[in-house]
Design a protein around this ligand. Structure first.
Ligand code: ADP
Ligand code: MG
Length: 222
């Protein structure tokens, strides 16, 4: 369960405080999905960064599974993020020197010096689900944009996150690959019991989510 209450973010800038998020509230349970829409610069990525605990709010707060991540010390926060949150960005951020299956295992490296066989098996299972079984040993440079994003999808889900945050996951893809990646995202989300928050400019992708919300003047509205 994700509970976001009156969350705000004001950046200090050389020209004074700049309020991006003023009052964001949201409640979501397992298997629920929401699309967040809004013009460029309205604060969508800022919101996902905070929900992903990569940045802190300047007002209000959130709990995930009853835990307020912003009360945690830095090491505990890193563990919390690793354990609970999966990220998918517009850029895949795959490591070019690692193979497809090694890239999928990257989240496990934060907590395991020796990756257990069960996680290697999970990586292979997820890569099979996104149709990349015949590409396991390929490097990202040898893949198409859609295939890279499918690896990023498998990587995000490796540790069975409670909350998956996708920031324009199909933004760099053509229509065909975009719809393939979004289909796979939704299929996988239906199998895992995670919460999905997707920022997108794609009406087609937004329509596939349970709820659609707009970020308007720093607030989420339906
Ligand atoms: P979106 O993802 O909706 O396009 P962003 O969340 O990236 O928008 O940015 C929202 C606004 O906040 C923009 O005007 C951006 O310039 C500003 N912004 C983002 N990060 C910072 C920061 N660290 N300091 C100051 N302003 C920022
Ligand atoms: Mg953005």
């Amino acid at each position: 369960m994700l509970v976001v209450r009156h969350l705000g973010k004001t950046f200090s800038t050389p020209t004074g405080p700049f309020a991006v998020l003023t009052d964001v509230s949201l409640e979501m349970g397992p298997r629920e999905s929401v699309a967040i829409l809004g013009p460029s610069g309205c604060g969508k990525s800022t919101l996902l960064q905070i929900l992903g605990t990569l940045d802190e709010p300047t007002a209000g707060g959130m709990t995930l599974q009853g835990i307020d991540p912003f009360q945690l010390k830095s090491e505990a926060l890193s563990l919390f993020r690793n354990r609970h949150i999966g990220f998918i960005f517009q850029d895949h951020y795959l490591l070019p020197q690692l193979s497809v299956w090694q890239n999928t295992l990257v989240p496990a490296l934060a907590t395991h010096s020796h990756v257990p066989e069960s996680l290697v098996a999970e990586a292979h299972r997820l890569l099979d689900r996104v149709g990349l079984t015949d590409r396991l040993d390929h490097r990202p440079g040898e893949l198409s944009g859609g295939q890279r994003q499918r690896v990023a999808l498998a990587r995000a889900l490796l540790l069975k996150p409670t909350l998956v945050l996708a920031d324009e996951p199909t933004g760099n893809l053509d229509a065909e690959n975009g719809s393939l990646v979004s289909e796979m995202l939704l299929q996988l989300m239906a199998e895992e019991s995670a919460i999905l928050i997707t920022v997108t400019h794609s009406e087609a992708l937004a329509a596939k989510m349970d709820r659609q919300m707009q970020l308007v003047q720093g607030r989420l509205v339906t």
